[in-house]
Design a protein around this ligand. Structure first.
Ligand SMILES: [Zn+2]
Ligand SMILES: [Zn+2]
Length: 341
């Protein structure tokens, strides 16, 4: 079968023949992939950035997987042939200290798809049953493949406590930030303010279409704009999705005293002045991937058409055009690009 493979410790990917997986462990499931999204983290692997160089090569990429079950391991009773599923990158081992506490996203034995083991940018992928969630007929495979990134920001909503009428600011208008806008809208946020860079102009327009007030930080000061829009108080909740250098510093500035920060973007180390967190009694919530609760919620939101993930899918390309798919995203011409094996 064809796979999108990171084979060399340098920039780039290869689209080449790889062996079809056959041997299933007792708790594993073989999935026929119908759609696999290209994630920001896949771009980091493409660029072979220092912080992902621990990945053992060659590796089939891809973790935003939607497909059908085509074989189950000896002890799998929860899934059967033909089930339509979405996959978590790693749903937890189920047995370690954190999994026993129900904190599956903090599992001690992270074995993530497309990083520690071969992923879903191929016709078949092996996924442990703990990582799988069934999806109903009314969710198409392409829109299903975007439930994983939807879950990333939905987890931040689970961590923060947003109430109808709260004002929210989101830093970073990528796919995850845009899903944040949709969720904030659906949750009854009063003002939704989205901050982006000059190169994010198109994404900011889309944020506006979904009901946000866009702020281009090259033209306007986020702090002034947020304070203008919130009667000088600041945002009740700020979600930093950007992973930009110094974006947390910006987040604490635009938060209202007593407000909350949801931190989900993964950024480089930078100097941070904690005094403002003290003075304003801010709560900072880190948010890492998803929990089973997040998956069940996200699937319901998509099945019930509260969130339409198709709104941000700009391209669906055959696997053979994976190179083009990555290039489109690196040029920021697309929002969400899906590969079809
Ligand atoms: Zn992802
Ligand atoms: Zn575990």
């Amino acid at each position: 079968m064809l796979g999108v493979v990171k084979s060399k410790p340098e920039i780039g990917i290869e689209i080449r023949e790889v062996l079809e997986p056959d041997h299933l462990k007792k708790n594993q499931v073989l999935i026929e992939v119908k759609a696999c999204g290209v994630c920001g983290s896949d771009l980091h692997i493409y660029q072979w950035e220092p912080f992902i160089q621990w990945i053992k090569l060659p590796r089939v990429l891809g973790h935003e997987v939607a497909g059908t079950v085509c074989k189950v391991g000896a002890e799998v009773k929860e899934f059967e042939l033909g089930d339509r599923i979405v996959a978590d990158t790693w749903g937890g081992c189920g047995d370690c200290y954190y999994c026993r506490l129900g904190k599956f996203n903090l599992c001690m034995y992270q074995t993530r798809l497309g990083q520690h083991v071969d992923g879903g940018m191929a016709k078949y992928v092996i996924v442990p049953k703990n990582s799988l969630y069934k999806i109903p007929e009314q969710i198409g495979f392409q829109e299903a493949s975007a439930i994983e990134p939807l879950g990333v920001i939905l987890r931040t909503f689970e961590r923060c406590d947003l109430k109808p009428g709260d004002d929210i600011a989101i830093i970073g208008p990528g796919p995850i930030g845009l899903f944040g806008v949709m969720l904030a809208k659906a949750s009854g946020a009063a003002k939704i303010i989205v901050c982006g860079l000059n190169e994010d102009r198109d994404r900011l327009k889309l944020a506006e279409k979904f009901g946000a007030i866009p702020v281009n930080v090259a033209e306007e000061s986020p702090k002034e704009k947020v304070f203008d829009l919130t009667e000088g108080k600041g945002a009740d909740i700020v979600m930093d999705v950007s992973g930009g250098k110094g974006s947390l510093t910006e987040a604490v500035k635009i938060a209202k005293p007593g407000g909350q920060i949801g931190l989900v973007g993964i950024g480089p180390e930078s100097v941070f002045a904690p005094n403002i967190v003290v003075d304003k009694e801010l709560s900072i919530h880190g948010s890492f991937r998803r929990q089973p609760s997040t998956w069940f919620r996200a699937i319901k939101l998509v099945a019930n058409k509260v969130i339409d993930t198709r709104e941000i899918i700009t391209h669906a390309l055959p696997l053979t055009k994976a190179e083009e798919a990555f290039q489109i995203l690196m040029r920021k011409e697309g929002i969400k690009v899906i590969l079809l094996p």
